[in-house]
Design a protein around this ligand. Structure first.
Ligand code: ADP
Ligand code: MG
Length: 159
């Protein structure tokens, strides 16, 4: 995809409580302005990359970009699962991510088990791919060190 790698950051807002956390895979939702700034050629589906909360450590992540059922599928949402165990929630904090690669399109599932199996396999694929040298170097990118006062993802995407 032409737009990858794609850098963005924004505040974490509350999702619609679909209980992702109960499945052991919490997904942090980005505020609307981040979603609205997505390039048109960035397909919906599952991505992998790197992400950090505030000034914290950079972790591997998987992200789902999809049509938000809460808004009758008229609005996209971006939901990030950081592959790390956090002690506390981070609603209202700044999340910085770089989308590195595409895993698969969105799809429906006939059971919860099937969904969880798919997510586990997405996470494994992310873990493997991100260890490649060309992807590891994005973890060290200056983007993750840049001043967090720069909240405009427009500016960051010119990076
Ligand atoms: P919501 O519907 O509000 O998005 P979730 O059950 O998906 O609820 O939980 C998401 C929240 O969990 C995030 O906004 C964040 O504050 C917290 N969280 C804790 N650990 C993680 C993690 N590893 N990845 C993403 N979010 C996490
Ligand atoms: Mg969520």
């Amino acid at each position: 995809m032409r737009s990858l790698p794609y850098f963005c950051r924004g505040l974490v807002i509350r999702g619609f409580g679909r209980g992702s956390k109960d499945l052991g895979i919490p997904t942090a939702n980005f505020q609307e302005s981040v979603v609205d700034s997505l390039p048109a050629d960035l397909n919906t589906g599952i991505y992998y990359g790197w992400g950090c909360v505030g000034n914290g450590a950079v972790h591997k992540m998987v992200m789902s970009i999809g049509w938000n059922p809460y808004y009758k599928n008229t609005k996209k949402s971006m939901e990030t699962h950081l592959i790390h165990k956090f002690k506390e929630d981070f609603y209202g904090q700044m999340l910085s991510v770089v989308l590195v690669g595409y895993i698969r399109p969105e799809r429906g599932f006939s059971s919860l088990d099937e969904l969880i199996t798919a997510i586990r396999s997405d996470i494994e694929e992310a873990q493997r791919n991100l260890d490649l040298p060309e992807h590891l170097k994005l973890k060290e990118d200056n983007f993750f060190r840049a001043s967090l006062s720069t909240t405009s993802n427009q500016i960051m995407n010119g990076h």
